[in-house]
Write a protein that binds this ligand. Structure first.
Ligand code: HEC
Ligand code: HEC
Ligand code: HEC
Length: 109
């Protein structure tokens, strides 16, 4: 429990120090490989949900801080991998009933 308080204050410190690590929070990644529409991943929304970098950037999930290093399929997500580790209706909204919270239709392509 103490660890959580410590992590919280570290996050505040990061926020106060501005854009030193601007790429994680403050940035939105676009995954354009799906016919369902572009997936938007908002770094700030996840940071504001109380997550730290290592909640996702760890060997089991997204080891590298570089886009495109992990091939994500819906079967993986339904099986509880990657985004599905949290988007299971418990930690975060359920994937099955919320396609359009991640996938956004765009006019082009
Ligand atoms: C938590 C976010 C999220 C939700 C919710 C979600 N998806 Fe996805 N989906 C992704 C990501 C990330 C990819 C990978 C896209 C890429 O690589 O460009 C993907 C890829 C896909 C793909 C192409 C790859 C594949 O596995 O077929 C399809 C089709 C797809 N999603 C359909 C759906 C449908 C239908 C739903 C709702 C039942 C849904 N998605 C809900 C994040 C999500
Ligand atoms: C909720 C999950 C999650 C959290 C939390 C998270 N990231 Fe990421 N991050 C991702 C995903 C997913 C990718 C894309 C990985 C891939 O495609 O292989 C990514 C990619 C990145 C990239 C590469 C961006 C690019 O344009 O290629 C950087 C840099 C990064 N993250 C930094 C951070 C930092 C710093 C933090 C903590 C402040 C953080 N991330 C927290 C999920 C997360
Ligand atoms: C470590 C846990 C975790 C992982 C991994 C994760 N998310 Fe989330 N996500 C959350 C939490 C917590 C929220 C906020 C609660 C909610 O909206 O259900 C959230 C919220 C969101 C939202 C809503 C953002 C908004 O603007 O309100 C989207 C969209 C989303 N996630 C997409 C993704 C995608 C795409 C991935 C994979 C690339 C992913 N998430 C991976 C925990 C996670």
């Amino acid at each position: 429990m103490k660890m959580h308080i410590l992590t919280g204050s570290l996050i505040l410190t990061f926020m106060a120090s501005g854009n030193a690590i601007a790429v994680g929070p403050g940035k939105t990644l676009e995954f354009k490989g799906s016919s369902m529409g572009t997936v938007l991943f908002d770094g700030s929304a996840h940071k504001n949900a109380g997550l730290t970098c290592s909640d996702c950037h760890n060997p089991d999930m997204f080891p590298k801080m570089k886009q495109g290093t992990v091939k994500i399929t819906m079967n993986d997500l339904y099986a509880g991998k990657y985004c599905g580790r949290c988007h299971n209706g418990k930690k975060a909204f359920l994937i099955k009933s919320n396609c359009t919270r991640c996938h956004h239709k765009t006019d082009s392509k």
